[in-house]
Design a protein around this ligand. Structure first.
Ligand code: ADP
Length: 442
């Protein structure tokens, strides 16, 4: 039976018994008085329990359940159980919310929740840094009051969110953001911002690169086309030897295009290849001798070529890549040094175990303002001189890539009119020296 009815029945029984005893002892009046007194006592007990209940509900969370027996005892226990379960649910929800908030803050994209009138309701840290906002200070403020760029305001107003909006940051110079609005709920919107600075820079680089390559190929191709046209139209009328001269000049341009394509392929190969392994060993003295011979062939006796191989050592890395880098530096030294000049190829072990490969010349040198841009593709100090000596404008870009892939650094020192030194500094992890005594035995 329901404990409430059981309690009521027990109380009624007790009152009835009291009334019966009073009636037997003192008649009807005594019975009536007993009933009134018993009901008043029961009423007082109920009031006391109600007061305790009120006090308990108004007290702190988790306070001890009031002592009571019977129906009141069960009621207090049931309420305490419910309170505990509600608290558990609240704790779980708070933990889940904290996890979601942490995840939203950790997102690389900025997120702003906009309520009616585009008032800021919530934002993550990335959005704060993208727009220069403050999560606490700017809550409730319409975002268009804080980000006032006309493109942005127009984008939000037009409500056409099919394509993202690219926006220049007013806070960080050069930073580009891509914004996308996603409506949700009845009148809320999610504003997602992404930093696309790198992507835009890469896209620009790609565009410039294609334009540069096209330009580099167009010039020799026009020359070859011109000679061929002349030959096709006027071959019988040409003076003796003229045809041979035109063919020779066209061949020179074709070779230039070939070199350009080879350098482009080398660049693309080293850009996409896996980093050079540490198990290929390149004997430095042999490498210097080989590149020295090539430089001598290119110079055809017009320069003095010196080699100082220094301490015996091997470099750990790709032989073909290192050879290509060193050959480019040596070829530059020969090409940018007037006849009678000197080119030196040197290797030196440094105290900290790193190795220094340097190519030094006493040629035309380079003004300091050009040095930071020298390794850019197609950057040349003197366009004419580079072309005349068969340069493609890609040599130092190849050198920079190869060295970076070997964790080596390119250092350039140069004085206009006095000469240049291009040095590659290899870290100890890429340099292997013979074990002590090994050289003496061999
Ligand atoms: P290029 O094929 O034009 O030589 P590089 O990338 O090898 O292209 O070099 C870029 C530019 O750096 C050259 O055009 C030249 O102006 C300058 N340069 C490179 N090496 C030297 C050097 N040893 N002496 C003087 N200038 C040099």
């Amino acid at each position: 039976m329901n404990p409430v009815w059981l309690g009521a029945l027990a109380r009624t029984g007790v009152i009835g018994m009291l009334a019966l005893a009073a009636w037997l002892a003192g008649g009807a009046r005594a019975a009536l008085a007993a009933i009134v007194i018993a009901l008043a006592a029961a009423w007082l007990i109920e009031l006391r329990h109600l007061a305790r209940l009120r006090r308990w509900l108004g007290g702190p969370q988790g306070a001890a359940t009031p002592d009571a027996s019977g129906v009141w005892g069960e009621t207090f226990s049931a309420l305490a159980r419910r309170a505990r379960s509600a608290q558990r649910t609240r704790n779980e929800l708070a933990a889940a919310l904290a996890r979601f908030t942490d995840a939203a803050h950790a997102m690389p994209d900025g997120v702003i929740v906009l309520a009616g009138g585009d008032a800021i309701e919530w934002m993550n840290r990335t959005a704060e840094s993208h727009f220069g906002l403050d999560r606490r200070r700017d809550r409730g403020v319409p975002v268009t009051n804080l980000v006032r760029q006309p493109d942005f305001v127009g984008y939000l107003r037009n409500a056409d969110f099919g394509a993202p909006l690219a926006l220049e940051s007013t806070r960080i110079p050069g930073q580009r953001l891509s914004l996308q609005v996603v409506p949700f709920g009845s009148e809320r919107r999610l504003l997602v911002s992404r930093d696309i600075t790198q992507i835009v820079a890469l896209e620009n680089m790609r565009r410039d690169f294609v334009a540069n390559v096209s330009h580099e190929l167009k010039t020799p191709l026009t020359v070859v086309g011109g000679f061929l046209e002349t030959l096709a139209e006027n071959l019988p009328a040409l003076e003796p030897g003229q045809a041979e001269r035109f063919v020779g000049l066209a061949l020179e341009q074709a070779r230039h295009m070939q070199r350009l394509i080879e350098d482009l392929l080398t660049l693309s190969r080293i850009e996409s290849a896996a980093p050079p392994a540490l198990d290929e060993e390149v004997e430095v003295a042999e490498l210097l001798a080989e590149v020295g011979r090539e430089a001598a062939a290119l110079s055809s006796g017009r320069h003095g070529i010196e080699i100082e191989a220094g301490e015996a050592a091997r470099l750990l890395g790709s032989r073909s890549e290192l050879r290509s880098a060193l050959a480019n530096l040596a070829s530059n030294a020969v090409r940018y040094t007037p006849e009678g000049g000197r080119v030196a190829l040197r290797w030196r072990l440094l105290e900290d175990g790193s190795g220094l490969l340097s190519i030094e010349d006493n040629g035309i040198g380079i003004e300091a303002r050009h040095l930071p841009r020298l390794t850019e593709r197609f950057y040349r100090v003197d366009q004419g001189r580079s072309r005349d000596t068969g340069g493609t404008g890609l040599g130092l870009a190849i050198v920079k890539h190869v060295l970076a892939r070997h964790q080596a650094r390119l250092e350039i020192e140069s004085t206009p009119g006095a000469g240049s030194r291009f040095s590659a500094r290899f870290p100890p992890s890429r340099v292997r020296t013979p074990a002590p005594g090994a050289q003496a035995r061999s």
